[in-house]
Design a protein around this ligand. Structure first.
Ligand code: SF4
Length: 327
């Protein structure tokens, strides 16, 4: 079918040194531990989880901004993880990123024109081509052409994020990692940027990996949603299936904390409180990594690692309550 990016068994371990000069110990922080998913052409896959769940690291590994420790990232039939930096250059234009804080990711000494045209210049565009394309891109993201001469501090937060979007679009990408693109913005501005991303997808058929801790935002924009906890994917399903019939106890707890607009449903909502904090990825629990906090844990959960498998029609879950997850 129309798979654009296929990630298989992705891991990213960071070595962490501890102890003194003579008793140095190196442990591994398992930021991402065996993650598998696919993103289709023109699709948005939402990736949700609390901070520290590894979702940003997944995004960076897909783009090869972090080199994975192991696993494959297949883009149009080529495993990006096995390519050299030089070979990767041919794919960079097609894979772009929009960051959380537009202000931090934009060079304050560059004008909007410089910022948007920079990737084009690197790929050999002429001055005239840059001028025309920058004007076109500003128009596409809803900014006026005269704003090309302005500096980042002369834009509002929402406008800066539009600038970030224009830069990401400059080289006609097929895949964009959006890493918490709304969390630095006011709620009223968030909806505008979400609608812009939606429009661009319809217009250009670009696919998104949309990383966020905000379940309402993810619900709005995603076709399918994956839930991460402690470096692993717990559940993946089509958006409405996941929000209406979550199978994994962790997803059920996350969703129970989100207010529902329908007052009749809201009146019956019961928040599932999880005990404790997520454990450290330096020393993840045995078996199901969620077992120390899971309200439905049973004996096998502390020793058997559940597999992420298809339980019902395109609904993948990693939990031993379901037969499909048993090894
Ligand atoms: Fe809970 Fe066990 Fe399922 Fe893990 S495998 S989510 S601990 S019931």
């Amino acid at each position: 079918d129309n798979v654009l990016v296929e990630v298989t068994g992705l891991t990213k371990y960071f070595p962490i040194a501890s102890g003194g000069l003579f008793r140095k110990k190196v442990t591994e922080l398992k930021a991402v531990d065996g993650v598998t998913f696919a993103v289709h052409q023109g699709e948005t896959l939402g990736l949700v989880g609390e901070s520290g769940s590894g979702k940003t690291t997944v995004g960076k590994c897909v783009l090869q901004l972090h080199r994975p420790t192991s696993g494959e990232v297949i883009f149009k039939g080529h495993d990006l993880a096995s390519l050299s930096e030089k070979q990767l250059r041919a794919y960079r234009p097609k894979l772009q990123v929009i960051f959380q804080d537009p202000y931090e990711s934009l060079n304050p000494r560059f004008t909007a024109y410089d910022i948007i045209s920079e990737p084009m210049k690197l790929h050999g565009a002429t001055r005239t081509e840059c001028r025309e394309r920058v004007a076109e891109l500003l128009n596409i993201v809803g900014l006026a052409p005269y704003m090309a001469e302005r500096y980042p501090h002369e834009f509002s937060g929402g406008q800066r994020q539009r600038l970030g979007v224009a830069r990401a679009l400059a080289l006609q990408p097929e895949f964009i990692v959006c890493d918490e693109p709304l969390s630095a913005l006011d709620v009223s501005i968030q909806a505008q940027v979400l609608n812009l991303l939606d429009d661009l997808q319809r217009q250009f058929g670009v696919a998104y990996l949309f990383i966020s801790h905000d379940l309402s935002v993810v619900r709005h924009i995603s076709h399918r949603v994956a839930v991460m906890y402690l470096g692993k994917i717990m559940e993946i399903a089509p958006r409405d299936t996941l929000y209406e019939k979550p199978l994994h106890p962790y997803t059920q707890a996350l969703l129970s904390a989100v207010p529902v607009p329908d007052p009749r449903v809201e009146a019956k909502r019961q928040v599932i409180l999880l005990p404790g904090e997520p454990p450290s990825p330096l020393n993840p629990p045995s078996g199901c990594v969620f077992h120390p906090r899971c309200p439905k844990a049973f004996e096998a959960c502390s020793s058997v690692v559940p597999l992420l498998n298809d339980d019902r029609d395109a609904h993948f879950v990693a939990c031993l309550l379901y037969k499909s997850s048993w090894p």
